[in-house]
Unconditional design. Sequence first.
Length: 175
Amino acid sequence: MSTVVVYKSKYGSTKQYAEWIAEELGCEALDAKKVKIDDLEKYDTIVYGGGLYAEVINGVILLTKNMDKLEGKKLIVYSTGITPLKYSEYYDKLVIEKNFKPEMLEKIKVYNFLGKMILDELTIVHRTALKTLKKIMQGKENPTEMEKLLVELCDANGDFSDREAIKDLVEYAKQ
Ligand SMILES: Cc1cc2nc3c(=O)[nH]c(=O)nc-3n(C[C@H](O)[C@H](O)[C@H](O)COP(=O)(O)O)c2cc1C
C-alpha cells in the first residue's frame, strides 16, 4: 500500500499538517506545485491538504477535476482554516458544497483542522481582501450569525494548529 500526502500552502499551516501526517503514515509530503495528476497514479492512498480561502480549499481541484483518473484509490482531503470547529454548520454546508459535488463525497473523506493566520505575515492582497470583507459584513443592517462570525474572523490572529487533530485522519488512512 503506497501513500502520499500532497499539500498546497500559502503561509505554512497546511504544510505543517502535511508533515505531521506524512510522519505518522511514514510517507512523503509533496508540494502540489510540483505534482501533476499523472504522478499520483502509483499511489493507493492520496491525502490532499489545502488552506481555506473564501471557503475554497486551495488547489483541491487537482483531485476534483480528475476523479476519473483517481478511480479505485482511497482519497482523503483536509483543509486548514481559522473558523472555530464548533461552527460545524459553516464547514458542513458552505465549504463542502462549494468544493465537492455530492457524488464525490462517496469517494473522498474530508477533514477540517484549525490553521494559523498571523496578520503581519499576510500579503497586501490578502490583507485588503479581509478588510473589504469586514467592511461589507459590517455594513449589513441585520447580519446573520454567519456574517457576524465572518467579521470576527477577519481579525483572528494566531496559530491554532493542533497535531492531535490529525488522529482520525491518520487512523482512516491506515485502515
Ligand atoms: C484572504 C483570506 C481568506 C481566508 N478565508 C478563510 C475561510 O473562508 N475560512 C476559514 O476558515 N479560514 C480562512 N482563512 C484563513 C486561512 O485558511 C488559514 O490561515 C489557513 O491556515 C492558511 O493555510 P496555508 O497557510 O497553509 O495556506 C483565510 C485567510 C485569508 C488570508
